[in-house]
Write a protein that binds this ligand. Structure first.
Ligand code: NZQ
Ligand code: ZN
Length: 386
């Protein structure tokens, strides 16, 4: 096992009817800016529940945070916080609203051009406003980590940053708040959580059996509940709860502690979203199977372990077993209704050059657990994903 620090101060408040707990979780004197996305929080009644729980606390709402949250939108919220003297942020939504809250929390006290936060990947954040979250879409794990991804559409950039100042103080996880999700967002959530787990598990062995078995249990749970969640005619509470907790655990630092981490699939996926507005999870479903095949030699031992323990693949030569494990992965994404080929999203070979030049422009030239995913490798991966 590698050396590691593990620090995660976020309080998780899980279960039915837990939004009422905001009355205890948010400081009494707080001046609260509630952050929401488009119309969903209002339409589903979640926003009304949140407002009721805040009671007499001073609060306003900022709405309009878009999926893959934009820098310009977040900066408008920064202005509202400064003008209104708000001192606490409450994100109500999915990963996009929570990521925007993290950026806003850091940008309000930031001196200088807030875009530098992205350019320095958050290393220049010295302090941030306190914030909590009410999660309505299980997928990203943003509710219990210190990372965020912000997009600037004018220059086609979607960049990640993180800081130890950006853990939510608390996150309310009520699985019934996911009942209104359309099937494609459920599918996105399952696939995003699956790929988060894979990016921290499917690297090379470092004798970390606790992390391995933990990751395998998350993958097996997602494989088990994913198709059932899509097929259900009525939402099933236990399956919704399992998805919510699995997605949180997939990216709260626990399974990634003490093991190598990859993230090449995510970084290439971010460029596809920035350029072509493809949902985050869908970009991962395009890139991951091709990436695993491209790096089957470097990932050999873990691919065999993954095939055997997660998919029950025990027969055939090593090469055949690895191919079967990758095929099963692709098939799982397709069964979740998510196409795994660029062509299914209307993209052909002529789209690849721009993706590669954007990766280079963003310094994404030595990706993966070994730093060996150069632009030339990324190009081969994208060509294989056509
Ligand atoms: O905008 P509204 O109207 O709220 O609708 C949203 C949005 O259209 C809707 N939605 C959310 N909860 C709902 C609901 N609709 C009905 N009922 C509900 N209960 O779902 C749509 C998608 O929401 P979004 O927040 O964009 O999705 P997701 O949670 O998948 O977040 C994606 C963003 O998170 C980033 C991605 O890159 C992307 O920008 N990620 C953040 C990470 C992190 N901070 O650790 C890690 C991830 O790898 C990822 O990169
Ligand atoms: Zn992701």
């Amino acid at each position: 096992m590698l050396n590691f620090d593990f620090y995660n101060p976020t309080q998780i408040v899980f279960g039915k009817d837990r939004i009422a707990d905001l009355a205890k979780l948010v400081p009494l004197q707080a001046r609260v800016l509630i952050l929401v996305g488009g119309a969903s929080a209002e339409k589903t009644g979640t926003l009304a529940e949140v407002r009721q729980a805040l009671g007499a606390r001073q609060h306003e709402t900022f709405s309009g945070i878009e999926p893959n949250p934009g820098f310009d939108t977040a900066m408008k919220a920064v202005q509202q916080v400064r003008d209104g003297g708000f001192d606490f942020l409450l994100a109500v939504g999915g990963g996009s609203v929570i990521d925007a809250a993290k950026f806003i929390a850091a940008a309000v006290p930031f001196e200088g051009d807030a875009w530098d936060i992205l350019l320095k990947r958050g290393s220049n954040i010295k302090t941030a406003l306190p914030f909590g979250t009410v999660l309505t879409l299980p997928a990203t794990g943003s509710e219990m980590n210190n990372g965020s991804v912000i997009t600037r559409r004018d220059i086609g950039a979607k960049l990640p940053f993180r800081s130890r100042h950006l853990f939510p103080q608390f996150s309310v996880l009520d699985p019934t708040k996911t009942y209104t999700l359309p099937p494609q967002q459920i599918a996105n959530g399952v696939v995003d959580a699956f790929v988060h787990t894979v990016e921290q598990y499917l690297t090379y062995p470092v004798n970390a059996p606790v992390q391995d078995r933990f990751a395998e249990s998350l993958l097996q749970t997602l494989i088990d509940i994913g198709p059932r969640l899509l097929a259900a005619t009525e939402p099933n509470y236990d399956d919704r709860a399992s998805l919510m907790w699995a997605a949180t655990l997939a990216l709260n630092g626990l399974i990634g502690a003490g093991v190598p981490q990859d993230w090449a699939t995510h970084m290439i996926g971010h460029e596809l979203t920035a350029l072509h507005n493809i949902d985050h999870a869908r970009t991962l479903a395009i890139v991951l199977p091709a990436m695993l095949n491209e790096r089957r030699v470097q990932k050999r031992d873990k691919l065999l372990q993954y095939g055997e323990r997660v998919w029950g693949i025990r027969s055939g030569s090593d090469d055949e077993r690895i191919t079967a494990a990758i095929d099963q992965t692709r098939d799982f994404f397709e069964r979740m209704g998510i196409p795994t080929r660029l062509s299914a999203y209307g993209l052909a070979a002529d789209a690849i050059d721009v993706v590669i030049s954007q990766l280079e422009a963003h310094g994404m030239t030595k990706l993966s657990e070994r730093g060996d995913v150069t632009p030339a490798v990324s190009r081969r991966v994208l060509e294989a994903a056509l």
